[in-house]
Write a protein that binds this ligand. Structure first.
Ligand SMILES: [Zn+2]
Ligand SMILES: [Zn+2]
Length: 262
């Protein structure tokens, strides 16, 4: 099982789990054409995508979903009940293609065991995914205002932890966003700051985590360097040397990251 972010950031998100048979997309926040091009760029056949798992209905996660499903009739879509409802309401043509689950359900799909975990965000029912296959474990958690207990309870021995590092506190404070938006981003239904991300990454390292991918960076309120440094510093203070004890990378915006072999 390999993994690659096709794009990650507040303007569009999608990642692919690459398997011998059916690939899995997590979110489809770029146009169908862009998603197919991203996959071709890393040698993945988009016609072999068996399923798309959606985290929530914000457009940076579902922008290309409707057309992708129309062009790929073999692909099923999974979403939580409320997310499925929201997507179906604005895209009635694909409502019948979405398999909904109750948050907390564990989905068995093509050899993967996929645990669904509720995340605090300003949508009715957004989720994180904990994915296990062939004794490898991945946790994907973006778009969360704070780290809930259920995420902390699922940090053991992660081969990959894809975690949001959305904003730098100083940059957000002094940036040009209006006050209401700053409040929304910092709020319990908003996004994780670099410092909050660093705290949970340290806990993942203490639980045996092997690789960390900082993701969903804000274009306006963050830079890859700021996110990396905040987490690097925290890990060092906790006795973990990035690059030696744990791999630490930042997902690029608007383009594919590197393919991670798990
Ligand atoms: Zn988002
Ligand atoms: Zn969101």
């Amino acid at each position: 099982m390999n993994f690659c972010t096709l794009a990650s950031g507040s303007n569009g998100n999608s990642a692919v789990l690459i398997n011998e048979d059916k690939h899995i997309l997590i979110d489809a926040g770029y146009s169908n054409r862009a998603l197919c091009t991203f996959m071709s760029n890393i040698g993945v056949n988009h016609n072999d995508v068996g399923a798309v798992f959606i985290t929530h209905e914000h457009s940076d996660h579902i922008k290309g979903l409707s057309v992708f499903l129309a062009k790929h009739p073999q692909t099923i879509c999974f979403a939580s009940q409320m997310t499925a409802y929201a997507i179906g309401a604005s895209n009635p043509e694909i409502a019948h293609r979405i398999v909904s689950f109750a948050v907390g359900d564990v989905i068995e799909y093509s050899g993967h065991k996929i645990k669904t975990i509720r995340t605090p965000h300003d949508t009715p029912e957004s989720v994180a995914y904990h994915i296990e296959k062939d004794n490898k474990k991945i946790l994907i958690a973006t778009d969360l205002g704070y780290v809930p207990d259920e995420i902390e309870e699922n940090l053991d021995d992660l081969d990959l932890f894809m975690i949001e590092a959305n904003y730098d506190e100083e940059k957000l404070e002094h940036g040009k966003y209006p006050a209401f938006l700053k409040t929304r981003i910092r709020g319990k239904g908003g996004h994780l700051s670099n410092d909050a991300s660093a705290e949970i990454v340290l806990k993942a390292a203490e639980c045996g985590g092997k690789r960390v991918l900082l993701s969903h960076l804000s274009q306006e309120n963050n830079t890859p360097r700021l996110a990396y440094n905040a987490v690097h510093q925290k890990l060092m203070a906790g006795g973990f040397i990035p690059g030696v004890d744990i791999d630490l990378k930042v997902s690029p915006r608007g383009m594919c990251g590197e393919v991670i072999c798990l």
